[in-house]
Design a protein around this ligand. Structure first.
Ligand code: FAD
Ligand code: EPU
Length: 358
């Protein structure tokens, strides 16, 4: 794997055991966008790598199960989290380098993703405007290679640095090492629960071109003077589309799309089209087709329906919502019902996108 260790200043052992002071029995309701009223056994805010080194060497705390938490916008908590929750709260962003083609910008893992995007635009750089308004932190963005409106994080990713709990070193991973794919990366597989991402460096193109590949975006751009289109214009369009479709987590709890859009081969799509001529699908470069999971769920009559305190959002069937006081178990129950119905009707398996924790 293409990573290398960084030389960090040696830690002062005399400070061990004195600096890490977790809080215990901490409510997490305001730290997850689904609004689940979970309690963390122990909780620490992490702002620098020295804390992680201390934690790894700590005789008691190092033995606790760990949960890394960013903005809590892609996690579904059980009622009791029997882990030490490490909330990543590091800050800082800067332009770090440039060459003929790119500006290189770096942000600490705890920075808010959307604010970072707006900052890059204000610096005069395009590249991430299509990923405007995605909740969460910079450090979590590589975990599922966040994507929207025809762009994915990987398109402007350069490298990241992470603390490795196994070796105790800070390692650097380039794009190939991250193994990015649709809502996927090495951090969800081989390196799961091993690393804390510390910061991410991006390469933003000096020569910007708007990505209008998504029909909704192209449609709205038509109303503008395209010769003077800026990254800010596109960002504004994306924000407005998202606000019209997706529920605001500060108003109604949710974790964005609850399922990935499933991939099927050409033969299965053809077969489905014979029974369902209105099937919504998108061709992929490798010959597969991505199906719109929201359409599949809507056809199973789940849109706007409720099971216990959890429901399928009335404007976007791919989003599950908290109607107030939902538990992680209720979320799981509804997700499983939806999966079973889609499997029965279309013979297609839906994979859950957020991470169940607890
Ligand atoms: P969290 O939910 O806190 O954590 C997610 C996972 O990452 C967990 O496994 C956690 O352990 C791990 N993690 C977090 N930080 C670190 C770190 N520093 N180091 C190592 N591991 C870490 N996603 C999209 O891709 N596209 C969208 O368009 C989109 N729209 C959304 C809309 C809404 C309304 C909501 C609520 C969510 C949406 N999401 C979308 C999902 C979510 O915003 C992203 O997955 C986001 O990257 C999660 O960031 P977070 O900081 O909240 O991560
Ligand atoms: N559709 C329906 N009914 C619905 C919802 C959608 O029929 O209730 C159909 C429509 O035909 C629509 C198509 O599905 O045209 C696609 O819908 P939409 O444009 O809303 O996108 P999506 O496939 O539902 C994906 C991502 C979103 C991302 C948007 C925009 C996944 C799992 N979801 O949603 O990401 O913001 O595209 O690019 O890939 C997330 O990951 O959390 C997320 C919100």
């Amino acid at each position: 794997m293409a990573y290398r260790a960084y030389n960090l200043p040696a830690m002062n052992p005399s400070n061990l055991l004195t600096r890490l002071a977790p809080a215990y029995q901490v409510p997490l309701k305001r730290l997850n966008t689904f609004g689940i009223d979970a309690i963390a056994h122990a909780y620490l805010e992490i702002t620098n790598v020295e804390q992680l080194r201390e934690l790894r060497n700590h005789p008691v705390l190092s033995r606790l199960k760990r949960l890394i938490l960013g903005g809590g916008s892609n996690v579904i908590f059980a009622d009791q989290i029997d882990s030490l929750v490490l909330r990543i709260a590091s800050t800082g962003k800067a332009i770090v380098d440039e060459d003929e083609h790119f500006m290189y910008v770096r942000a600490a893992a705890g920075e808010n993703w959307h604010e970072f995007v707006l900052w890059t635009i204000a610096q005069g750089f395009g590249g991430f405007e299509n990923l405007s308004l995605i909740p969460g932190t910079v450090g979590a963005a590589p975990i599922q290679n966040i994507g929207a409106y025809g762009t994915e994080l990987q398109s402007n990713f350069f490298h990241l640095r992470a603390f490795d709990f196994v070796s105790g070193e800070v390692i650097r991973l380039d794009k190939a090492a991250c193994q990015f794919a649709y809502r996927d990366s090495v951090f969800k597989r081989e390196l799961k629960d091993r690393l804390v991402i510390l910061d991410v460096t991006f390469a933003l193109p000096k020569k910007w071109q708007a990505n209008l590949s998504y029909a909704d975006v192209a449609q709205r751009v038509q109303a503008l003077e395209t010769s003077t289109l800026t990254p800010k214009d596109v960002s504004d369009i994306i924000i407005s589309i998202r606000q019209s479709k997706l529920p605001d987590p500060t108003v109604i709890g949710n974790a964005g799309s609850f399922f990935k859009n499933p991939l099927v081969d050409a033969a299965q799509r053809e077969q489905l089209l014979q029974t369902y001529p209105n099937l919504v699908s998108y061709p992929q470069a490798d010959g597969h087709y991505k199906l719109a999971a929201g359409w599949l769920i809507e056809q199973c009559a789940w849109k706007g329906k409720q099971l216990g305190k959890v429901g399928v959002y009335e404007k976007q069937a791919l989003v599950l919502v908290n109607h107030g006081g939902a538990s992680g178990a209720e979320v799981r129950a509804l997700a499983e019902r939806v999966q079973a119905d889609v499997l029965e009707k279309f013979a297609v398996s839906l994979e859950v996108e957020p991470v169940f924790v607890g």
